[in-house]
Design a protein around this ligand. Structure first.
Ligand code: SF4
Ligand code: SF4
Length: 243
């Protein structure tokens, strides 16, 4: 592709591309946030996570956070205050008031079927793929942070500082919003999200919720599970058992 592209052409490429880099004009490349799979994304799949809080240890959660940081390149911000630093996965403790049982929770974007972040986004930067993964298109995000206010899980972060050496699959940038992508760049290649790979037990299961032969589907059929803030009817892709 040698000719210079206007913005409309570029967005078309963004929607259709199957590669990670678009050459815009001689000497200029833009890293796209896109699938690397030849297989079209369809609504025949719904990717999800099942987190068993009885099996998940604090060490597991620390490992998940570290794996996410390494995979996606966040967490090295040096000028942001602690409240400004991104947190794609949060480690939470919840206590049952009646029994004093304490559960450790890993909380990330819940990849809602009815995502409020998508509803409020004025530029369509917040979007839900057909397979249920909710993403932010960094090229369209204007940093208004409406989505952060709309998200009931506090799952999104705003990048406050200039960044260097971003990962090719994750073009993070100052003035844009970001959140867990369910490692879509890996999932589209048939791989597993980095946080799931980091856990050395079956405390976190990743898979296609619709596939009756998948471990996540079969497990959800036999264990009690919850959605965080199920009362909001967002039909989250991330489910929890043991709470
Ligand atoms: S958890 Fe928040 S950011 Fe993620 S899809 Fe739901 S509303 Fe959007
Ligand atoms: S901050 Fe970006 S993704 Fe969020 S609502 Fe505004 S434009 Fe959309």
């Amino acid at each position: 592709m040698n000719k210079a592209l206007n913005r409309r052409d570029f967005i078309k490429i963004m929607n259709a591309t199957t590669t990670g880099v678009a050459i815009v004009a001689s000497g200029i490349t833009l890293t796209t946030f896109a699938s690397v799979s030849e297989t079209p994304v369809t609504n025949k799949k719904r990717w999800g996570l099942l987190i068993d809080t009885n099996k998940l240890t604090e060490t597991d959660i620390d490992g998940m956070v570290n794996a996410c940081q390494q995979e996606q390149g966040w967490g090295t911000e040096i000028r942001s205050t602690s409240s400004q630093k991104p947190g794609w996965i949060k480690k939470l403790k919840i206590k049952d008031k009646a029994t004093n049982k304490v559960s450790n929770l890993a909380l990330m974007c819940q990849h809602c079927e009815e995502p409020p972040c998508v509803d409020v986004c004025p530029t369509n930067a917040s979007m839900k793929r057909e397979d249920g993964i909710v993403l932010v298109d960094k090229h369209l995000c204007i940093g208004c942070r409406y989505c952060m206010m709309a998200c009931p899980y506090d799952a999104r972060s705003f990048v406050h500082e200039t960044l260097n050496n971003q990962k090719e699959h994750m073009p993070r940038g100052k003035g844009t919003v970001e959140a867990c992508t369910m490692c879509v760049h890996k999932v589209d290649k048939g791989e597993t999200p980095a946080c799931v790979e980091s856990v050395n037990s079956e405390a976190v299961i990743f898979g296609n919720l619709y596939d009756e032969s998948s471990q996540i589907n079969q497990t959800l059929k036999i264990v009690q599970s919850s959605q965080i803030r199920a009362d909001l009817n967002l039909n989250t892709g991330v489910r929890y058992s043991g709470i």
